[in-house]
Design a protein around this ligand. Structure first.
Ligand code: GAP
Length: 599
């Protein structure tokens, strides 16, 4: 991060604490790394984000239903999903400070490595260490500084005045074996599983070990059959969920961006396998160019559905105020894809702390991943639980009956091969995989299959942070005496702004003004979050709301009471945060006008 971005991020973090968006968890005890609390404004912001996502993803659609599952689930779920074995990051420790890092985040460095075979204490010769150690000296640094680091290393092993043994130097290029902070050698990388373990019941043993869920998605797969049955949904349809997830991140960083406890908003959208689409529609539509593919169609295969959800999600972010130019649509390269994914698009936001690309522009950091996960998840749960996870599709059964023999054979072969490849990849013996895949292909001909999945998976906390960074602005505005002063203004989109409107009586010592202002507050309160404030000069009150990101301010003055004439009676001034424009309107028109702007 360059110093300008660093400075901006510091100002944002400071505002978050000062105004009560985000606090360090357990702050009075010194905090706990990777955990954050949301204060009054942050809690409202997060709630608005989740409510709007829920409205867009399920309440406004016929084809998505919701779920709210437990955080702790049967541990077999994590075996089936692969988390027990593969949800791990490579970890290294600094041999000097014992600080822990993610190996893949260590910056490559070049320089001269100073190697030692050990050391002995120059005063007490009986004290020796035969532990080899190395330090990297980056260009321009004095060799003595490498020796100083090495002596510190041996001092920790009881050699107060270490004499270094058999110094040898070696040129090193692009190495990630050394700590960029002090040059010390790091341990070899080893894998660290990120799931938080806990114990269910009073007896702490392996049998009772369970995990805090590292993603909300798996509960959706595990409950797929129940939800499909009760909601009477037919593929294609989706199940969505919002909830807490926990990951014991090796190196939580960038404020709330990488936390150990966070919330996800996930949709698992279940679709027909392409072979079923082809059997029913005669062909499978594939994306033809950029942009939104429009209303879903029966002949869409996984690629169209994937494209559709990428575009829907980009539109979502724009609709809550993140400009398209602040977002990056990143298509993962083949070698970056998870083993189950056919394609994944990450939506990145250009946070001030983002890495820069070759052109010196912010490259962006992940807000959401949209993965085409094939039929991996449901198939895994079918294998591990022994319960059928497939669906019966009447339309497919009928369409199959109308296909000519060569088409049947071609589609069966294609389906058989994809099922066999999956089973072999998951470690099934070749003959068992072959037999199971044959059965699956025969099932397809009878109208049964395991649905494929498109998964848009977003982080609530990352989005809240992106919205805070995006909203942060500084400009100038006149104070009460007309003198220009710097104002901090959080330009949240009204849809997600923590408080929608502030109501101010011009003066707090005029009972008629206060009474009227309270009436206006009570008129608006059933429809939106209202902040009532009668303390201090009106300019100060505006400024406080600008910092909180409140898009509208309503002031009740003597005109409202009709003191300047009956035509202005029961009118108020509406001030807009961004333009600071003030307009006069009737109190009775306020609810409809504001509702229109905040929905
Ligand atoms: N079910 C797929 C899944 O969990 P992921 O990319 O690991 O995919 C999805 O996580 C989203 O969850 C990320 O795009 C990010 O927004 C959020 N997320 C993941 N790890 C996080 C962390 N340590 N702190 C905050 N948010 C995180």
């Amino acid at each position: 991060m360059d110093s300008k971005s660093n400075d901006l991020m510091e100002r944002i973090v400071s505002l978050c604490k000062r105004r009560g968006f985000v606090f360090q968890s357990s702050e009075i005890y010194g905090g706990i790394n990777g955990f954050w609390d949301y204060g009054p404004l942050g809690a409202e912001l997060k709630r608005n984000v989740k409510d709007f996502w829920w409205r867009v993803m399920t309440q406004r659609r016929d084809d998505v239903v919701g779920l709210e599952a437990t955080i702790i689930m049967h541990p077999k779920i994590w075996e089936a999903s692969g988390h027990t074995t593969t949800f791990a990051d490579p970890m290294v420790d600094c041999l000097l400070t014992k600080k822990r890092y993610r190996a893949d985040q260590i910056e490559a460095q070049s320089g001269v490595a100073y190697h030692y075979t050990g050391a002995e204490d120059s005063i007490d010769k009986t004290k020796t260490s035969t532990e080899p150690y190395s330090v990297l000296l980056t260009p321009g640094k004095n060799p003595e500084s490498a020796r100083k680091v090495a002596k510190q290393f041996y001092a920790l092993r009881g050699l107060a005045d270490a004499r270094l043994l058999e110094e040898r130097t070696e040129k090193v290029e692009n190495s990630t074996r050394f700590n960029p902070e002090n040059g010390s050698l790091l341990t070899e990388a080893r894998l660290f599983n990120l799931m938080f373990k806990t114990c269910v019941g009073p007896v702490e043993n392996a049998e009772n070990t369970a995990y805090l869920r590292p993603e909300t998605a798996q509960a959706i797969f595990a409950q797929f059959k129940n939800v499909a049955e009760v909601s009477r949904q037919k593929v294609p349809f989706g199940i969505c969920q919002i909830g807490k997830a926990f990951r014991n991140e090796i190196n939580p960083r960038n404020f709330t961006f990488r936390s150990r406890e966070f919330e996800q908003m996930e949709l698992e959208f279940f679709i027909r396998p392409d072979e079923a689409v082809e059997a029913i529609c005669g062909s499978v539509a594939r994306p033809a160019g950029a942009g939104h593919p429009g209303e879903p169609q029966a002949n869409w295969g996984w690629q169209m559905w994937h494209k559709y959800w990428v575009e829907e999600r980009l539109a979502f972010y724009e609709s809550i105020g993140l400009p398209r130019t602040s977002l990056v649509e990143y298509w993962q390269k083949q070698e970056e894809l998870a083993h189950y994914a056919r394609a994944t698009v990450d939506i990145l936001y250009k946070f001030p702390f983002s890495k820069k690309n070759e052109a010196g522009e912010l490259a962006g950091e992940e807000l959401e991943g949209i993965a085409a996960r094939s039929d991996f998840d449901l198939s895994q749960h079918q294998r591990f639980s022994g319960k059928a996870m497939g669906v019966f599709d009447e339309e497919l059964k009928e369409a199959w009956g109308r296909l000519d023999e060569s088409k049947k054979a071609a589609l069966s072969k294609q389906y058989f091969e994809s099922r066999r490849n999956y089973l072999v990849k998951m470690g099934e013996a070749a003959d068992k995989a072959e037999a199971q895949a044959k059965e699956d292909a025969a099932g397809l001909a009878r109208g049964s299959y395991v649905p494929h999945v498109i998964e848009p998976s977003a982080g609530v906390d990352r989005l809240a942070l992106a919205l805070i960074c995006n909203a942060y602005g500084e400009d100038t505005a006149p104070d009460e005496k007309g003198k220009m002063e710097t104002r901090i203004v959080m330009r949240f989109h009204p849809r997600i702004a923590p408080v929608k409107v502030a109501v101010f009586p011009l003066l707090k010592n005029k009972p008629e003004l206060v009474k009227k202002a309270r009436e206006v507050r009570d008129l608006l309160r059933p429809h939106m979050t209202v902040f009532y404030d009668e303390a201090g000069a009106i300019g100060r009150r505006y400024r406080r709301q600008d910092e909180a990101g409140t898009p509208f301010g309503v002031t009740i003055d003597f005109d409202t009471l009709g003191e300047q004439g009956p035509e202005l009676k029961d009118t108020v001034t509406l001030r807009e945060r961004d333009s600071m424009k003030q307009t006069r309107l009737k109190i009775e028109d306020l609810p409809a006008l504001l509702m229109d702007r905040i929905r």
